[in-house]
Design a protein around this ligand. Structure first.
Ligand code: ZN
Ligand code: MN
Length: 432
């Protein structure tokens, strides 16, 4: 039996940018769930004579992402045509970048390991094919939407790290506010290429259709196992593109490619090359906000939070900003950041629904009741228990609902809103 080598996994991730307009025309870039072919023009339909005009915002965001991923920015860069024929590609070529991408040679740390970023480049999305019965329809609303492609070195050796990487990349593009990075909506699409080292003939299998975080490790682990079994038989897996089929939980051959496809790349003649000045680049760099890792460390240091609290609060930019807003307001009421963090996390506060000021108010109120009225609360509880002996005995016989009736009776005796869970706990203690 052959000795099985190590998994070798590299990743290509495409991220749709949320610019107002498309990459090379003025059409709206937000295409999700829109009526088909309502957001198109001669440029993104590839009609003869139409000329592309690059979207400056998209290019700057691409460079910003590259810098965030510790890449070098090339001072001279250009667009190229990637030629291939497919019904969702109206021009017969995709405007992309070949040998002079905006950014290259970066890295990111994942679970303590350094993963190399080969390149970060700018391109345009294709249209979308819709299969209906025996016919296939084409929707060009997505055609020409700005797409950033992030390619890693083949540095991953397990599915778990790949998943962490994707989550981190999603978190970064959301922090930069350049994309929502939603896998289910196709705003972030990944294509891992997977192989196992040490085979006689080198090969690579590309896996497509992984459109949810929950499929990432399933699909990769399935594919690794499939390849291992072939190698155990003394054979080499075929070089091919496979598709993940979620219902069956397997990958299936889409197309076999022995040789790398020849895209006949050549420089895009309709767009002049881009030359950056140091000033422009440092301006883009200065627009990079505080990133998740920095925020995580600052929250720990500045607010005295533990890893757990800090991680939860910085997972999303919105919750981090929400917490800091509540801390600012809570200062006047002498609330500590830790008290506020506990409340937000333990009560699972819906930050989209409840204002930070309300959170502070709730904490202050619950503190007031427990501190000031404990004696009075106990007095009221005794009166209520005496006046409602039937409910008490019902509860003792196992009628659980009776306790909520008693809680209500106690709360009626207070003008302010009393914390029901505190009342319930005191009641239970008294009854027992
Ligand atoms: Zn257009
Ligand atoms: Mn691409």
């Amino acid at each position: 039996m052959n000795k099985i080598g190590k998994p070798v996994i590299g990743l290509e991730v495409h991220v749709e940018l949320k610019t107002k307009s498309k990459m090379f025309c003025g059409c709206t870039a937000d295409h999700f769930a829109k009526k088909p072919n309502t957001q198109t023009c001669p440029v993104c339909l590839g009609l003869p004579g139409a000329l592309p005009v690059p979207n400056q915002q998209a290019i700057e965001w691409c460079v910003m992402l590259g810098k965030t991923l510790n890449c070098e920015t090339l001072l001279f860069s250009k667009f190229d045509r990637k030629n291939y024929s497919y019904p969702d590609l109206p021009k017969g070529y995709q405007i992309s970048q070949y040998d002079q991408p905006f950014c290259k040679k970066g890295w990111i740390e994942i679970n303590g390991k350094k993963i190399g970023i080969t390149r970060v480049h700018m391109e345009e999305d294709t249209g979308k094919l819709i299969h209906e019965g025996n016919s296939t329809l084409v929707d060009f609303n997505r055609s020409g939407v700005p797409l950033v492609e992030i390619v890693t070195d083949p540095d991953f050796d397990n599915a778990k790290d790949v998943k962490t990487y994707l989550q981190k990349l999603q978190q970064i593009v959301r922090y930069l506010e350049i994309s929502d990075g939603d896998l289910e909506k196709g705003q972030m699409r990944l294509e891992p290429n997977i192989s196992i080292s040490g085979t006689k003939k080198p090969y690579k299998v590309e896996v497509k259709n992984i459109n949810s975080f929950s499929f990432v490790d399933k699909a990769i682990n399935y594919e690794l196992k499939r390849q291992q079994e072939i190698i155990e038989k003394g054979e080499t897996p075929a070089q091919e593109t496979r598709g993940w089929e979620e219902t069956a939980g397997i990958t299936k051959t889409q197309r076999i490619k022995e040789e790398a496809q020849d895209y006949r790349y050549f420089p895009e003649p309709d767009i002049p090359p881009i030359r950056w000045t140091d000033e422009q680049l440092s301006k883009i760099k200065s627009q990079i906000p505080e990133l998740p890792d920095e925020k995580f460390n600052r929250f720990k240091k500045k607010y005295g939070l533990n890893d757990y609290d800090s991680e939860i609060l910085t997972r999303e930019l919105e919750s981090a900003e929400y917490f800091e807003e509540a801390v600012k307001i809570g200062k006047k009421g002498n609330l500590s950041p830790k008290q506020i963090a506990n409340y937000i996390i333990n009560r699972k506060v819906d930050t989209a629904e409840v204002l930070p000021a309300k959170v502070v108010e709730n904490i202050l109120q619950s503190k007031k009741i427990v501190q000031i009225d404990e004696k009075e609360l106990n007095k009221v509880i005794e009166e209520v228990l005496k006046a409602n002996e039937k409910a008490v005995s019902d509860f003792k016989k196992g009628k659980e609902n009776a306790i909520m009736f008693l809680v209500g009776q106690v709360m009626r005796n207070f003008k302010e809103k009393v914390d029901a869970s505190t009342v319930k706990a005191s009641l239970l203690a008294k009854i027992k």
